[in-house]
Design a protein around this ligand. Sequence first.
Ligand SMILES: *[C@@H]1O[C@H](CO)[C@@H](O)[C@H](O)[C@H]1NC(C)=O
Ligand SMILES: *[C@@H]1O[C@H](CO)[C@@H](O)[C@H](O)[C@H]1NC(C)=O
Ligand SMILES: *[C@@H]1O[C@H](CO)[C@@H](O)[C@H](O)[C@H]1NC(C)=O
Ligand SMILES: *[C@@H]1O[C@H](CO)[C@@H](O)[C@H](O)[C@H]1NC(C)=O
Ligand SMILES: *[C@@H]1O[C@H](CO)[C@@H](O)[C@H](O)[C@H]1NC(C)=O
Length: 539
Amino acid sequence: MSFFRRLVVALAISAASLPVIAGPVQKPFILLPPDAVKHREAVKDIFVKSYSAYKKFAFGHDDLSPLSQSFSDGRNGWGASIVDALSTMNIMGLNDLFNEGVNFSSKIDFSHSQTSDTVSVFETTIRYLGGLLSAYELSNQKFPILLQKAKEVADKMAFAWVGNNDIPFGFLDFASNTPVISTSNIAEAGTLTLEWETLTKYTKNQTYANLALKSVSHIANLPSPLPGLAAQGIDPSSGAFVGGYVTWGGGSDSYFEYLIKHARLSNTNNNLFADTWATAVDSSIKNLLRTSTVGNDLYLADFDDSRTIRHIGSHLACFYGGNWLFGGRLLNNQTIVDIALKLVDGCWNTYAGTATGIGPEAFAYISSDGNFTGNGNPSSDQLAFYQKHGFYITASDYILRPEVLESNFYAYRVTGDSKYLDRAASAIDSFNKFLQTPTGFAGINDINDPNTSKIDDTESFWFAEVLKYLYLTFDDPNHISLDQYVFNTEAHPFKAPPAKPVYGSHTFFPSKPFALKFGPPLPVISPNPHIKAITNPQA
Ligand SMILES: *[C@@H]1O[C@H](CO)[C@@H](O)[C@H](O)[C@H]1NC(C)=O
Ligand SMILES: *[C@@H]1O[C@H](CO)[C@@H](O)[C@H](O)[C@H]1NC(C)=O
Ligand SMILES: *[C@@H]1O[C@H](CO)[C@@H](O)[C@H](O)[C@H]1NC(C)=O
Ligand SMILES: *[C@@H]1O[C@H](CO)[C@@H](O)[C@H](O)[C@H]1NC(C)=O
Ligand SMILES: *[C@@H]1O[C@H](CO)[C@@H](O)[C@H](O)[C@H]1NC(C)=O
């Protein structure tokens, strides 16, 4: 071999083994325009109006019922809106409200449910455990009672892991500490790491992190219907998947979200999490990514139990753009970032195209390979809407969900492009115009009707997520920077250590389209709505 050839070979080998350095998530030196202050204050105003109504008619209960000027207790009656709002109050500098909320939280009795309902391990983890721990951190550990309360509720939830099961049961009876036997899903079983490992960080009790990690590791190691893409249903007793439904939407969503977020928050050297995330993304690009025939909108389709592509989308699934931006920057992979930005646009299009400027709960598309949604062909009205807007509405309600504005926030922090500020400003206008009631803010039944009737509930994630992401979009990008914090799926930020140079092994197992591992047709299960979707029973 000539010297030159040897040099080329040596360079090629070292280039191949050179790690891909993790990029910063945020674009450095973003300069906010002067009118950002005005929008930030408008969001704070919505928060204060909503929370004042909650205080007046529902304080200590889970949700405000803004139309009946009453309350509901769908989260075990521990005051979900207060705990869920704490981190947002801290970020907005609403110190009196924050202190009042800490005072309330210090007296919550987690020894039993205040209602007759059983306790959801997932919901309680993301809202209460996440809310308490994030407030503890954001207030510089000034209130040890928040950590104490976090420990109390987690010690009860630990009973969801029965015997040697890796997978926790989804629901617990807190009175008897026994699980309610039923099928769970990967969102419930795989959205625990950030909260439980943060609890371990402050209590030094490794058990908490281990419980969450054994559940997600188990899921990531099961043979999946598509590479990296776990099935939605899972049986905690056997540890096996139930059915083979694949989706980035409800019932699966935050399992995928937490794979890369756990890798970042923990800086673990175990590549399982970042690699499974990267494989899921790669496999989604090859198997699920579709383009609408009108408008060329990009979306991730579902893949059902009969191995058929369903051309459907949902508000819940629209977190994917933001999550792919976060992971794409950590893996320093421009392909993923570029697709993510198009996914963000596709989801924003479901807001831009409606009469209220707010997007629907569920929608569908037509692509060059079909229009199958599992639910019949589009009606003539839906087709006419589709021809105009590039998507059509299959569930027209808006229940104060965050995901579209969450991804819009990531897109702004990653690119610094002011078009994302314009979108956020337009959402603020729509909220003020269409969601406002004399008693705070309410969801609406039809996002495509300016005279829509309203829904008598203010979900706690309105305070935790929607208003926090909107506010931060217009705030100094160094405040709660995506390079210093990792948000849990309820938008509670956790402080992260400085980033590692490399996330994941960067050894791809290139996935083939439809590389199925299952033989015979799978038992059919209907796609579970994300548990967050269940509207609260009225008190
Ligand atoms: C805490 O709440 C109690 C009522 O539950 C009230 O008497 C007390 O003043 C509050 N303390 C603070 C510091 O807000
Ligand atoms: C750690 O937490 C687990 C789960 O609640 C508990 O069973 C165990 O006793 C705790 N260990 C210590 C040393 O406190
Ligand atoms: C970036 O991601 C794409 C999509 O998954 C993948 O095909 C490609 O190999 C990745 N590039 C690198 C350098 O890892
Ligand atoms: C939807 O798909 C069905 C079955 O392939 C087809 O008959 C129908 O024409 C399609 N409709 C539209 C609007 O593309
Ligand atoms: C909404 O209601 C107003 C006042 O009742 C009415 O004038 C308007 O036509 C309605 N708009 C639609 C789109 O129904």
